[in-house]
Design a protein around this ligand. Sequence first.
Ligand code: MLT
Length: 252
Amino acid sequence: MHAIVIPLPSLLPPDSFSGRTVVVLDVLRATTTIACALAAGAAEVRVFVDLGSARRASRDFAGPRLLAGERECHKPEGFDLGNSPLEMTRQSVAGRTVFMSTTNGTRAIQVAFDHKTLLKAQPASACLAGALVNAAVTAQAVRAMDRDVLLLCAGSDGEIAEEDLVGAGAILSALEKAGAHVQCSDDAGAVEWCERFVKDPWRVLKQTRGGQKLLGAGMAADVVACARLDSVEVACHIDDRLRIRGVTPEQV
Ligand code: MLT
């Protein structure tokens, strides 16, 4: 299997999705929060680039729903929940559709979706949202799809975010552990970032771009929650209507 790590959406080569499984990562915190929401029983997560679109879609939805997301790390006005994985409890999200907009993570998912849609004529690529919390199950889903893989990091405000490289490295390592022979294009050093993380998770994550931002906002508990490697058993599948559902690797 060939794997390529793209450290930022803006660095995505034009034809890079063709025939690949794509995994979008925003470890601190959007894709972690999505994985935790689905593991807690959310019916699905729908993502939006801007707050207004999320508000409108939620308002027009007839079933049980929630608005979640952040701007500058904090819950936007009128939203039910912020972007914390710790808020995604069974009590708050089970059976509900979560309408979500964050600064970088939901945008990266939208970029991946648009890229895939543009490539309609090419062999279809499947999209997943991945994080440290579901690295192993995401790797299993990637294996089950039996294609090459592209790991797309969301970054933070147009800059590379090291925590996303850690997450990409964790998925690569889980693929190897599951017996895949991975040939990797990893100029950004995701594998090395993950090795550093495994030795001292807190020390590494707190120095990352996203870690610094969250610590500055008093959200250390979220950084700790996002570092819980393989604590979630759900892979997050992004379908052709940009809806994200929790699946087992076999269901992808
Ligand atoms: C994002 O999408 O930009 C992040 O998830 C930011 C955050 O969690 O505050």
